[in-house]
Design a protein around this ligand. Sequence first.
Ligand SMILES: *[C@@H]1O[C@H](CO)[C@@H](O)[C@H](O)[C@H]1NC(C)=O
Ligand SMILES: *[C@@H]1O[C@H](CO)[C@@H](O)[C@H](O)[C@H]1NC(C)=O
Ligand SMILES: *[C@@H]1O[C@H](CO)[C@@H](O)[C@H](O)[C@H]1NC(C)=O
Ligand SMILES: *[C@@H]1O[C@H](CO)[C@@H](O)[C@H](O)[C@H]1NC(C)=O
Ligand SMILES: *[C@@H]1O[C@H](CO)[C@@H](O)[C@H](O)[C@H]1NC(C)=O
Length: 406
Amino acid sequence: MCKTRLNLKRISVGILLILQICVISLFFNMQPSYKQSSRSSVSFLVATPNNKTDSKPTTYHTSHSKILLKSINTRKLYEDFNSSLCYKKGTDIKLMKRSHNTWKCECLPGYHGIDCGQAEVIWRTLLTLRKPIQLKGRSFERRIIYIFEISEITRTISDIRLNELNQTVDLFVLYELNSDFMGNQMTYNFLKEFHDKILYLRVTKVDKLWFQVNRVIGNLKQDDLILVSGFNEIPNVAALQFFKLYDNWPEPISFRLRWSVFGFFWIHPNKTFLKVQAFTKKYLYEGLNNRLSSIISNNKTTSNFNIGDLNHYGGWYCEFCNDPIKIIDELNRLPKQIFDDGNAKTIDANYVEELIENGIYIDGKTELLRAHRFRESYFAPTFLTENTWKYDYLMLNIYSKMDYYE
Ligand SMILES: *[C@@H]1O[C@H](CO)[C@@H](O)[C@H](O)[C@H]1NC(C)=O
Ligand SMILES: *[C@@H]1O[C@H](CO)[C@@H](O)[C@H](O)[C@H]1NC(C)=O
Ligand SMILES: *[C@@H]1O[C@H](CO)[C@@H](O)[C@H](O)[C@H]1NC(C)=O
Ligand SMILES: *[C@@H]1O[C@H](CO)[C@@H](O)[C@H](O)[C@H]1NC(C)=O
Ligand SMILES: *[C@@H]1O[C@H](CO)[C@@H](O)[C@H](O)[C@H]1NC(C)=O
């Protein structure tokens, strides 16, 4: 307990120091630019017109684009040790180079399999299959197309998804239902650093979505993976990576998601949430009659491959992971009966803050369970554990004094 407190103090002192250094260096950097401003702006103007890369900034793709997905060889993800190919990310390369037993890949903690290509959650899932499967490594990465809806209330989760999954997903299809003609969520440079990987579509009905995706992407293959998500889901990137590199698993795939509420510090007592979320293009045609919309609208489809269990998660279901004002906004869009149990309560920011502070679900009665950030390896997506500052209110219960002493 005391140790964490000390650590927190140290971290905040560290942050203050870094901020100071930034301010000081900013100050010094700005000095010369005042003196040289006229000269530098002239040379800037001269240089740009001839510069092809500068004159055409990348932007996101739309229904008018034509996208060709790349085929990427998997070879560079593996290291060749004389007799065995080992998956670099999962292998203790240093150990293997020191010892000369190169007939067997030595896996890092959290990775398994002959080539160390199976993250813990995948390995455990494979162990539970009634009929063992013969996995086959691929020579080209399977492409993953991740389709989800964006709206005012999902900006945070969307940003987390892109950051978490950018390396593994080949194309993000962000669609907006234009029930009203109010603003496009992609304005103001939303997700700017990922624009070359984003296809943004406005559709009137989800039914039309697959047709558009199929038309814009010129070279979809039968074995490309289609991943879909509702508002609250963030798939586990290590689990997803497995599908890029191996063949012969059953589908459709569900992910058993850790059910967090208000942030990653509270867990719903039901603990997990199972969602059918991924399948190949081939399966979409043959097994689902091409009805992407019925999967998205949560129509019952039984899954043949459930990734994750009660201790190892296929991802996160982060419900009401917003600030209190947006949570109220979100509640206003839900069917009323979910939180209305007769005695009308005004749901305002104060009320929501109280729920968050005390760990009470949005129904006003279900008690949530505490999660432990420094003790649990599946506390939150990696992007957030490595960049806590970006969404600190999802990592730390800022309404509870308790959390600082944890
Ligand atoms: C931009 O243009 C300048 C001048 O023509 C050239 O020296 C520079 O290499 C160009 N930069 C890029 C990234 O092409
Ligand atoms: C590779 O394997 C061959 C034959 O098994 C052996 O002679 C050689 O020493 C091995 N090289 C290394 C670097 O382990
Ligand atoms: C996203 O991933 C691609 C590789 O697929 C990489 O080239 C790019 O730099 C990444 N973008 C960001 C912002 O990390
Ligand atoms: C939680 O689990 C119980 C028992 O499995 C189930 O009856 C209930 O509907 C679940 N609650 C929610 C909100 O899904
Ligand atoms: C759900 O599935 C049933 C039959 O499988 C179908 O009749 C119905 O239209 C589907 N609903 C949606 C919203 O796609």
